[in-house]
Design a protein around this ligand. Structure first.
Ligand SMILES: [Zn+2]
Length: 482
C-alpha cells in the first residue's frame, strides 16, 4: 500500500509489491504531482511534464530520459492495462529534484510525502504599456511554460495555469485597464483559470507568455510597431541560423593512408582531392566560408577534427571517406552511402565504424581518450546531448539523393554508426563514403579528375538543397514573428 500525505490529506495510489519494491502507475503518480502526461500507445512510452522538464518512461525498460540525459534504474519498469508502472523508490530518487512539488518516499513505511501549497497564485496586476497591455501574475513558485496555456474565445482570453491554486474571491476584479475589461478567476481541480474579458479582439500571435520564479507575464500586443532593439535581436537570431560556415573533413592523412584499394589507390588522396573540389564549389556558388580540417597530406587526430569544427563555429560538418572491403571475393562491392551518428544496425554498419575509427591506433594516448566509444550507452548519451540528429539525417538524405544516380553506382542508402569523428561535433554532421576503392572499376573512376569533380558537385548539390530548405524554415518562422 502506498499512501501519500499532504498535511491532513491522504490519498492512496494503486501499487503492487514486486521483489520487495513498490511499483505504481506513472500516470497516477503524475496526477498526484499535477504534471501533464503524454502517452504514446504504439511506442509504449509516457512523457511526464514535470515543471519545465520532460521525463520519458518506456515500458519494460530500466532507462529514464530526463530532458536530454539518460538515467538507468536498477530494475525495469512494468506494464499492464493501467499503463507503465515504475519502481517507486528509484523513480522518485531520479525525479524528485525536478518536481515543482517537493516529494519524498519512505521505503520502510511505504509512504509518499508531498507538500502542496494552499494558494500559489497571489495577485494579478494589469498595466497599460506603449505597445499593449501587460498582465503580471504574482506567484509563489515558478510555473514552467508547459503548464501554462492561453486561449482566445468569444471576446475572452483564458490563461490556464496547471497546478495553480487561487483564492478566486480575492482575485476577481472589475477594474478596466488597457485592453482588459474585467477578470474572472476560476479554480478547477487541477488548474487555475484566469479569464480576462477583452475590450476588443486580439490575435493569438500578439499574445506572449513567460514566467520566472515569482511571476507569470502575459503580454497582449495591440500596437504593431516593434521597437528597434527587437529588430536587431531578430537579425542576430537569423545570423545564428544561417549556414554560412561549412567544415569539410577529408578523412585520414599523413601516416594514416586510410584504406588502400585497387592499384594501390589510397583513400587519403582521393578524399583530400574531392574535399578541395567541394570547397571551391561551396565558396564560388554559395558564397559561404569553408574551412578544411586538413588541406594537405598531414595527420589529424579524430577528436581534433570535431574540436576544430566547434572551435571555428562551423554550421555543417561533412567528413569525406572512401570505402573498401578486405577480402578478394568482395571486389564487386560498390556504391555510395552516407552516415549519421547512431547505433550501428547491421554488421556492415559496424564494420564502417571499425574501419573509420581505427585511425585512433595512430594517435598518441588513444586508449584513455576513446575508452568508452564502443559502448552503446555512450553513443546514446552522445546523441541525446546533441540536438542535431534530425538535421544530420536530413543533410545525409539530401546528399545521398544526389550521389548514386549521377555517379551511376549503387545507392547504399543513409545509415548510422558509432563514428567517433561525428560524436563531439555540435552541428549537423555527416560522413560520406564516396565509393569503393577496392572495386577495380570504381577505383579506376575515382582516380580520374572528372569523376572526383562529379562527386564533389553532387555532395555540393545535397548541401545546397539542405541549406536552402533549412534556412527557409527558420527564416520563415522568424519572419512570421515580426
Ligand atoms: Zn576512411
Amino acid at each position: 500500500m502506498v499512501t501519500s500525505g499532504n498535511g491532513k490529506y491522504f490519498s492512496s495510489l494503486s501499487s503492487r509489491l514486486y521483489k520487495g519494491i513498490d511499483f505504481v502507475p506513472v500516470r497516477e503518480l503524475a496526477d498526484l504531482l499535477e504534471a501533464r502526461t503524454y502517452y504514446n500507445d504504439l511506442a509504449k512510452k509516457i512523457v511526464v511534464y514535470l515543471g519545465n522538464h520532460k521525463v520519458k518512461v518506456t515500458a519494460l525498460n530500466p532507462f529514464i530520459m530526463i530532458d536530454n540525459a539518460f538515467f538507468q534504474m536498477p530494475i525495469s519498469t512494468d506494464f499492464d492495462e493501467n499503463g507503465i508502472w515504475v519502481p517507486l523508490n528509484y523513480f522518485i530518487d531520479l525525479i524528485s529534484v525536478y518536481s515543482p512539488i517537493p516529494i519524498s518516499y519512505n521505503t520502510d513505511t511505504h509512504t509518499l510525502s508531498l507538500v502542496k501549497e494552499r494558494v500559489n497564485i497571489l495577485a494579478v496586476n494589469v498595466e497599460e504599456k506603449v505597445n499593449g497591455t501587460l498582465i503580471r501574475i504574482a506567484t509563489l513558485r515558478k510555473f514552467d511554460l508547459p503548464n501554462l496555456a492561453v486561449r482566445l474565445s468569444q471576446g475572452w482570453m483564458y490563461v490556464d495555469i496547471y497546478g495553480g491554486r487561487i483564492d478566486s474571491t480575492r482575485l476577481r476584479s472589475n477594474r478596466s485597464v488597457g485592453i482588459i475589461r474585467k477578470l474572472v478567476p476560476i479554480q478547477f481541480e487541477e488548474s487555475a483559470q484566469l479569464s480576462f474579458h477583452l475590450k476588443k479582439p486580439v490575435e493569438k500571435e500578439d499574445i506572449s507568455i513567460s514566467s520566472s520564479s515569482n511571476e507569470i507575464l502575459v503580454s497582449v500586443r495591440t500596437s504593431k510597431k516593434i521597437p528597434d532593439n527587437m529588430i536587431i535581436d531578430l537579425e542576430q537570431e537569423r545570423k545564428k541560423w544561417l549556414i554560412d560556415k561549412i567544415i569539410i573533413d577529408p578523412g585520414h592523412g599523413g601516416k594514416d593512408p586510410g584504406t588502400i584499394g585497387y592499384g594501390r589507390l589510397k583513400e587519403k588522396d582521393v578524399v583530400l582531392d574531392v574535399g578541395k573540389r567541394l570547397k571551391k564549389l561551396l565558396q564560388k556558388k554559395l558564397h559561404v566560408d569553408v574551412l578544411m580540417t586538413r588541406d594537405s597530406d598531414r595527420f589529424v587526430e579524430l577528436r581534433e577534427r570535431s574540436a576544430f569544427a566547434n572551435r571555428n563555429g562551423g554550421k555543417l560538418f561533412v567528413s569525406i571517406h572512401a570505402n573498401a572491403v578486405k577480402n578478394n571475393y568482395s571486389r564487386s562491392a560498390k556504391g555510395v552511402e552516407t552516415y549519421c551518428l547512431g547505433l550501428a544496425r547491421t554488421e556492415s554498419d559496424r564494420a564502417i565504424a571499425e574501419k573509420e575509427n581505427s585511425v585512433i591506433k595512430y594517435e598518441d594516448s588513444w586508449s584513455e581518450t576513446y575508452a568508452n566509444f564502443s559502448d552503446e550507452n555512450y553513443i546514446l548519451l552522445a546523441m541525446a546531448q546533441n540536438s542535431f540528429n534530425q538535421e544530420s539525417h536530413e543533410l545525409a538524405a539530401a546528399v545521398q539523393k544526389e550521389l548514386p544516380r549521377a555517379l551511376n553506382t549503387k545507392n547504399r542508402g543513409v545509415k548510422q554508426s558509432n563514428l567517433i569523428v561525428l560524436i563531439g561535433t555540435s552541428m549537423p554532421k555527416i560522413l560520406v563514403e564516396v565509393g569503393f576503392i577496392s572495386n577495380p572499376s570504381e577505383a579506376k573512376k575515382l582516380r580520374t579528375k572528372k569523376y572526383r569533380q562529379k562527386v564533389a558537385e553532387k555532395i555540393f548539390a545535397g548541401i545546397k538543397t539542405f541549406k536552402e530548405s533549412s534556412e527557409r524554415a527558420v527564416l520563415g518562422s522568424l519572419n512570421g514573428s515580426r
